[in-house]
Design a protein. Structure first.
Length: 495
């Protein structure tokens, strides 16, 4: 079920109305709300391919059952390690079978061995969002294991059978909560479980929810869906012989499209969660203002990069085992992070190159700014910042080619065509890319100027600043109604 569909709107209105206005008995309000949202989330997930909900249910049951064993007071440390290992192996086993079986078999086994047996692993269906809810399940069991049997806030050791049942319900809700179920943000158990409680209509932060929803739908439906049409020619052989200027702007257009599509989804998810009283972690922090690849990964898909850091990089030793091991860990983590994106070696290469950049930057002492900086200082310093931002943006954009052109030969051919710089101009395609890329550029520029010029304006003219903000959101809403592109799935649904 797509967020940008009329079906989802009906689903949301029914779920929201029942959740907030059904006269739940006071003592049963939380249980009723959790049960309702869990069932609704399964309906949401099963809408197009009902039987695949079995995979989600199996994953949920395994992780919930193991978590229950981990928080039981009578479970010994040795048995806790065995339960943790069982959960991790099972989670990764499900992911490997449904997502990577075809790739692994075709790569490492002779064609005659599996083709003559009549096995076609390419027909294994890919459950939507399996990468997301698998990582979420691993977060659940690892967080509880690391607590040493004490549990985490919201998942304390149960004392009775009823408490164990409620614990299972909380975990089922955590795994299935529909706003973030199929494309994140990846929610860690220790960030979310303590939020689970009875919710009321009066608790809704309408300003925050509305702004996130409007901006998210604008980025997806107006920017990404229109750019999708304009960047359709970024495919082989459509780009062959195309004018150089158009090839360059195709690259820019796809870079802005993938940001608008995924950041838009994350904002919609955050806004929807707010409507039900929950807060999801921020997933994007103006990534195209990054001055290095290191900083880029602190701003892009933050929930994934922080997950890889907390549960993989640190587990490999992080930076505690010397410089050489640190560089190795960075590259390995990014190789696996790239492969997480899809069952193709091109994704692994994409991640590996990012990991190589991270290792080189660490060697040279390059650090990413954790927050947006003001643009005060000597003009030469400003120019240096701009050049670093432009260099990082172009490196990232070139690597995005592997998402659109997963065959290495096609990606290299595109770069050769770009370097050949054929003369000419296709003005209509160029204008469309410029028009629908402009909001992403303005979005990032406003963030760069906000700490200085914007802050001073808000301090001196608070009423005018509030009016300008509301007027801007009204304009975005008008654009959604009048200028949305053709409806399309979200890019990260395939991951």
């Amino acid at each position: 079920m797509l967020f940008n569909s009329w079906t989802f709107l009906v689903f949301l209105l029914i779920t929201f109305g029942t959740y907030h206005f059904l006269p739940w008995p006071h003592d049963w309000r939380m249980i009723g709300q959790l049960s309702l949202l869990t069932v609704a989330s399964y309906v949401f997930y099963a809408w197009h391919t009902p039987w695949l909900v079995v995979v989600l249910a199996l994953s949920t049951w395994i992780n919930a059952w193991v978590t229950l064993q981990l928080v039981r007071r009578e479970t010994t440390p040795r048995r806790r390690k065995k339960w943790l290992l069982f959960a991790i192996v099972t989670n990764l086993g499900l992911l490997l079978f449904f997502k990577y079986a075809s790739l692994l078999v075709k790569t490492f086994l002779p064609h005659s061995l599996w083709s003559q047996a009549g096995l076609d692993f390419s027909q294994i269906p890919l459950p939507v969002g399996i990468s997301f809810f698998t990582f979420q399940g691993i977060s659940l069991v690892v967080d509880v294991y690391r607590s040493g049997g004490k549990g985490i806030p919201g998942l304390e050791p149960p004392s009775t059978f009823q408490e164990s049942g409620l614990l299972m319900l909380r975990m089922a809700f955590f795994k299935a909560f529909f706003p973030q179920l199929v494309a994140g943000p990846i929610v860690k158990a220790h960030e979310f479980m303590h939020q689970i409680a009875a919710k009321t209509f009066r608790q809704i932060d309408w300003n925050d929810a509305t702004r996130k929803l409007i901006l998210g739908f604008f980025l997806k439906m107006v920017v990404a869906d229109n750019l999708k049409e304009a960047t359709a020619s970024l495919s082989y052989p459509a780009f062959v012989g195309m004018p150089g200027i158009n090839l360059l702007f195709l690259l820019y257009g796809f870079s802005f499209q993938i940001f608008a599509d995924f950041a838009g989804y994350s904002l919609i998810a955050m806004g929807l969660a707010r409507l039900f009283g929950y807060e999801l972690p921020i997933n994007f922090n103006f990534p195209y203002l990054s001055q290095s690849i290191t900083e880029f990964w602190r701003r892009w898909h933050i929930s994934l990069s922080s997950w890889l850091r907390d549960y993989l990089y640190f587990s490999l030793g992080g930076n505690r085992l010397g410089s050489g091991r640190t560089y190795f860990n960075l590259i390995i983590v990014m190789l696996l992070g790239g492969l997480w994106h899809g069952a193709a070696w091109s994704y692994m290469v994409w991640g590996g190159v990012h990991g190589l950049f991270l290792a080189v930057e660490r060697f040279w002492g390059v650090k990413g700014a954790p927050s947006l900086e003001t643009w005060k200082g000597h003009p030469a310093r400003k120019i240096t910042k701009i050049l670093r931002i432009l260099l990082t943006f172009h490196l990232v954009s070139i690597l995005w080619l592997l998402f659109q052109l997963p065959k290495f030969g096609e990606a290299l051919l595109y770069l050769r065509e770009l370097l050949a710089w054929h003369p000419g101009l296709a003005p209509q395609a160029l204008f469309t890319i410029l028009l629908f890329s402009a909001p992403v550029i303005i979005y990032h520029l406003s963030a760069a100027l906000r700490p200085g010029m914007g802050a001073r304006f808000r301090e001196r003219n608070p009423a005018a600043a509030a009016f300008a903000r509301d007027f801007a959101y009204a304009g975005l809403l008008f654009s959604i109604i009048t200028n949305s592109g053709s409806t399309g799935t979200f890019i990260y649904f395939q991951f």
